[in-house]
Design a protein. Sequence first.
Length: 222
Amino acid sequence: MFDPKDPGFQERLKQINTLMSYWTVVGGTGLWLEAHLLARTSHAGGLPQLAGCGVTEAEVSDLVENATGKVLVMLSESIAPDHGVTLINKLSAKPEPPDILLMVTDSSWLGNNPLSTCNAGAIVDVHSFGTGVAIQALQALRAGKRFIDQRLDWSKNAKTTLSPREQETLLLLIKGSTNPQIANAMGISPNTVRDYLTNVYTKLEVKTRSGAAAKAVQLGFA
């Protein structure tokens, strides 16, 4: 729930408005209600730098083309069947590309590496709203840096999910150690190693030692 009277909400909103004053803002969403609400927010004075909100890729492109100053495109993945990837790539190829903040609801299409899937400067899971992640994303864009909501970064999530001992077990597995060798190195029983590996397999969504090793390398564990 978002309570407009909540002091925390008001403070975050103040920070966001201050950050967004740097840009001319263009909205983009395939949902008419979202576009309407964004336009009403602008009309009420909450987003005075909004140039407009498109509900098609062509409308968003036109708004960006006609906007002045530094442009921020706040894009919902509902803008197109491909989640806005084609539009983002098109805008990113402009001589003076806008900053792009992509908001996603279903992140499954991003895979394990959002940066390799989409050129948006910042990608945020809408379920993270209210945690300050929007502020972090805008701060990164202002600084010329890319930002990926940690909720969407599978490799970071995996590293956070695995306990320190499970990570230690995984690193020894990557080196080719057998269960008895891992047990000896960690000073634990082979049964405990087996339990750790069962947890690792589940969290990495693999079924074999080789699968775990390959996934670990892919995710940057080693």
